[in-house]
Design a protein around this ligand. Structure first.
Ligand code: ITT
Length: 181
């Protein structure tokens, strides 16, 4: 089985490609930075982006919208994760969290699959904490500031793919896909 994954983010694609192999799904990369509407939830952003893209692509594909939600910052950057990463980045996150004791955070991934007619949504969430400093050089995005247990995602390498939000969302999707025949 083969699925087309539309994303501009190589880190996301590489992780999903590996998860797909476990389910005998070949994930093909359609590299494109598509328009993302501003909305208050990742679900909404993923669904609307998927609807807009479906008119252009015209055949089955998946997209994934993800974000980092920090409890003491009321869920910020959440749906604005991409913009915040491009602007203040990990250094900015560490500065914003300076002196804050509650460092709980989670990553959320929403997979939207267009089957040629309808859209199907799958979700994955992984809880952790914001580190006191930037640590590790594997992974991408916020990985160097997201602690899962004692290590940051950027220190974990391939182990991240066993426990991540992306892994959970795509596992649901691949299992569902397998049942569709
Ligand atoms: P798309 O083309 O797929 O939209 P993107 O990088 O713009 O790629 P999002 O819109 O989903 O992705 O933005 C999510 C932001 O959160 C982005 O800055 C990512 O780097 C970051 N992010 C998402 N998943 C992550 C992960 O597993 N580890 C670290 N950072 C992550």
């Amino acid at each position: 089985m083969e699925v087309l994954f539309i994303t501009s983010n190589e880190g996301k694609f590489r992780e999903v490609e590996k998860i797909g192999r476990r389910y005998s799904v070949e994930v093909r990369w359609h590299r494109e930075e598509y328009f993302e509407p501003q909305a208050s939830s990742l679900h909404e952003i993923a669904r609307i982006s998927c609807e807009i893209l479906s008119k252009k692509i015209g055949k089955p594909f998946i997209i994934e919208d993800s974000g980092l939600f920090i409890e003491s910052l009321m869920g910020f950057p959440g749906p604005y994760s991409s913009y915040v990463f491009k602007t203040i980045g990990n250094e900015g996150i560490i500065r914003l969290m300076n002196g804050i004791e509650n460092r709980k955070a989670y990553f959320l991934a929403i997979v939207a699959f267009f089957d040629g007619k309808d859209i199907h949504i799958f979700e994955g969430k992984t809880e952790g904490r914001i580190s006191e400093a930037i640590r590790g050089n594997k992974g991408f995005g916020y990985d160097p500031v997201f602690l899962y247990g004692e290590k940051t995602f950027a220190e974990m390498g391939d182990e991240k793919n066993e426990v991540s939000h992306r892994r959970k969302a795509f596992e649901k999707f691949f299992r569902w896909l397998g049942k569709q025949g």
